[in-house]
Design a protein around this ligand. Structure first.
Ligand code: GUN
Length: 285
């Protein structure tokens, strides 16, 4: 049987560690604060934002929600970003994606002060990540590295196949793994003979958002599989449940796998807390 990497337990440990760092900051008169901006009423985003706020509370991080109606203009949102940039009591700014049609997400992300960009989506932080020069790193890839670090010591020369080329997961995880001297192949929905490629992988990061795309025969024995997918589907019983990008019941021959839910998801939020505490530690207030 493959080892199931417990993302919930690891996330709880990170949250507890963040709480200790928050205590130290409080002694110095700094209360780490995260501004969470949600535009519109996307149900999935509502769930994610709620979870982020709850987890902030567990670590002692102050979260300030800014909920704006779906008809909000880009200019109003940019104004809010400027206000949050200028507010010394705000250490992290998170704009939940996707933004409604009509708002240019890139323009909004560009406006966030890179030092407060706890999502790591600002071009300055993207550039720092790709040049290996620090900066805030996107939360999901950061969480994936911690999950992988629990089962892998040395990445040098390992073959990693990333499925998915998103700015949030695929591209940044490739950069982090390259820094660790893995051999990284980034694939995506247009990649031909994908199973042929994944069969050569020591590590597979599945982030395509395609339920059960990765089958057992795609995986070589002993590989480590990180399942980033979360798709809500309705079962035959009428109940909805979350499924990942991997056919989990076919992965017994893997060395280690992450479950969905309870794998990457909780780690993403824990790393958001970590980024927020780091941003507060680096600020003067
Ligand atoms: N939407 C989906 N994932 C993310 C994320 O990591 N951060 C933000 N801000 N929005 C998202």
């Amino acid at each position: 049987m493959a080892q199931v990497i417990d993302g919930r337990a690891m996330a709880a440990a990170i949250t507890a560690q963040c709480a200790r760092r928050v205590d130290a900051l409080l002694l110095g008169g700094v209360r780490p604060a995260l501004a969470v901006v949600l535009v519109g009423e996307d149900p999935a985003s509502e769930v994610y934002v709620k979870r982020k706020v709850v987890e902030c509370g567990k670590a002692g991080i102050l979260s300030i929600e800014h909920r704006l109606p779906v008809e909000t203009t880009g200019d109003v949102l940019l104004e809010l970003i400027e206000t949050l940039n200028a507010d010394p009591s705000v250490h992290g700014i998170l704009v939940q994606l996707p933004l409604p049609d009509g708002i240019d997400a890139a323009q909004v992300l560009d406006r966030i002060n890179p030092a407060k960009d706890v999502d790591g989506f600002h071009p300055v932080n993207v550039g720092r990540l790709s040049s290996g020069t620090g900066g805030l790193v996107p939360c999901t890839p950061l969480g994936i590295m911690k999950l992988l670090d629990s089962v892998i010591d040395d990445y040098r020369g390992l073959n990693v196949v990333v499925i998915g080329k998103s700015n949030i997961v695929g591209k940044p995880i490739a950069m982090l793994l390259l820094e660790r001297e893995a051999t990284v192949t980034v694939t995506h929905i247009e990649t031909r003979e994908l199973a042929e490629i994944t069969r050569k992988a020591d590590i597979i990061v599945a982030a395509a958002g395609a339920p059960k795309l990765v089958r057992g025969y795609w995986i070589r024995p002993g590989a480590v599989v990180i399942d980033v997918g979360i798709t809500r589907i309705r079962g035959e019983d009428g109940k909805t449940r979350l499924v990942g990008d991997c056919a989990t019941d076919e992965l017994d021959h893997a060395r280690a796998v992450t479950p969905v839910p309870g794998g990457v998801g909780p780690m993403t939020i824990a790393c958001l807390l970590e980024n927020t505490v780091s941003a507060a530690e680096r600020s003067d207030n």
